[in-house]
Ligand binder design. Structure first.
Ligand code: GDP
Ligand code: MN
Length: 394
């Protein structure tokens, strides 16, 4: 789950990290002028809150003065006007795609003079299953671009003892900072790691981390992603979810405890088991089409789940054909076959379907599908099944 910048900053504040004071306005801007009194300025910074980066360099659909989604404003009477032009407008950035994202929330923050910008992020190192840090003196800009053109400018830092974070002094030279600033950075990293572990984050990105004109570090932008699988431990964070930023089909699947990821292709996939689902998507790609989704029905796949899976696939207008790939272990293929038939009838499902069964009662399952007269194709061989579903999509 992704947090908005302002929500992330509330967490940073709780962990005593240096962020500037700001106020969020959700859908309603009428209170801006009186609230501005409580924020130090000029300048103020007006920031569109969407779940995507690159806002500063982004452009609005309803273009005003060619301005981006983050603006430093020095005249008080302009703050409201700019916020008004942003709200309900669609912001298109490098990360949103051409469709852009509608701005529903505006964050107004005290401005800050920037002496130097850095990039800092904390993520999970999959090799050690521990948080690690990426840091760069090339901050403020597109870090993907830095990674591509100047990979040596990004430094990867691993921690031997997470309860006692000690940065190596070579960072002083690498980042061109003073000894005092290095000590300050060490404290910041310590607190960030504590926050990361405490909230079960999957990533924290601060870009830019800046030195202000007094030579102190400020976390000027922040993106926090939380680990969905640990959200049950944090009901208070769960409430921060902005439903309007989520894919409605993914939300529906989550409600039903299914692992569903919406993709852009044309072949709907309904599979039991994550590994088999990945392999199914690979084969579809190999035959020249793209999967419309990842969908793992789970080990308890039954008729009810098949109906829900069909419903989700049916609501995706990109889908042209469907591959059902079931390995019968605990579940029996004949039971699933009956479930599929009931689901197809109940939903009046019209798209071509290829079914592949292996494992427990697969033969009985195939017979049921073949006798159903619903136009479904049953194929035992994985490769042949994938080929067929690709043909049917054309
Ligand atoms: P992003 O484009 O979505 O990553 O949004 P950011 O919050 O990083 O803002 C983009 C850029 O605006 C930053 O890299 C800064 O250079 C600039 N910026 C943001 N806040 C301030 C501020 O308080 N003062 C100044 N001078 N610049 C700011
Ligand atoms: Mn940024």
């Amino acid at each position: 789950m992704n947090l908005h910048e302002y929500q992330a900053k509330e967490l940073l504040k709780k962990f005593d990290l240096p962020v500037l004071k700001g106020i969020v306005f959700i859908e309603n801007l009428s209170q801006i002028e009186e609230n501005l009194e409580t924020l130090k300025g000029p300048p103020w910074v007006v920031k569109s809150q969407i779940h995507a980066g690159g806002r500063g360099a982004g452009k609005f659909k309803n273009n005003f003065n060619n301005m981006g989604g983050v603006q430093v404003v020095s005249e008080k009477n302009k703050v409201f006007k700019i916020a008004e032009s942003m709200i309900n407008n669609v912001l298109i950035t490098k990360q949103t795609g051409d469709k852009g994202k509608e701005v529903k929330r505006i964050y107004i923050e005290e401005g800050c003079k920037i002496k130097k910008e850095f990039y800092l992020s904390i993520l999970i190192d999959r090799n050690t299953s521990q948080p690690m840090m990426m840091i760069s003196a090339s901050g403020g800009m597109d870090i993907e671009e830095v990674a591509e053109s100047n990979p040596d400018e990004i430094h990867y830092i691993y921690f031997s003892d997470l309860t006692n974070i000690v940065l190596r002094k070579n960072l002083i030279k690498i980042l061109d900072i003073s000894e005092k600033q290095f000590e300050e950075l060490n404290i910041i990293v310590k607190k960030l790691i504590k926050l990361f572990i405490n909230v079960d984050a999957s990533s924290i990105e601060i870009n830019p981390l800046v030195l202000n004109d007094e030579g102190h570090f400020i976390l000027l932008d922040s993106k926090i992603s939380l680990d969905d699988n640990a959200l049950f431990r944090h009901p208070e964070l769960n409430e921060l979810q902005d439903i309007s930023e989520e894919d409605p089909l993914e939300l529906e699947a989550t409600k039903n405890n299914m692992n569903y990821v919406k993709l852009d292709g044309s072949i709907g996939c309904m599979v039991n088991g994550a590994g088999l689902a990945m392999a199914t998507m690979d084969l579809i790609k190999q035959f020249g089409e793209e999967p419309a989704n990842f969908l793992d029905l789970g080990g308890t796949a039954n008729k009810e789940r098949a109906v829900k899976g069909f419903k989700i696939i049916q609501s995706d207008s990109n889908v042209k054909s469907v591959l059902i790939n079931i390995f019968g272990g605990i579940i029996h293929c004949d039971m699933i076959a009956n479930g599929i038939i009931e689901a197809v009838k109940e939903l009046d499902f019209k798209l071509p379907i290829v079914v592949r069964f292996q494992g427990t009662n697969s033969k009985e399952g195939r017979d049921i599908i073949n006798k159903s007269n619903l136009g479904m194709t049953s194929i035992d061989d994985f490769t042949e099944a994938a080929k067929k579903v690709v043909d049917l999509a054309k």
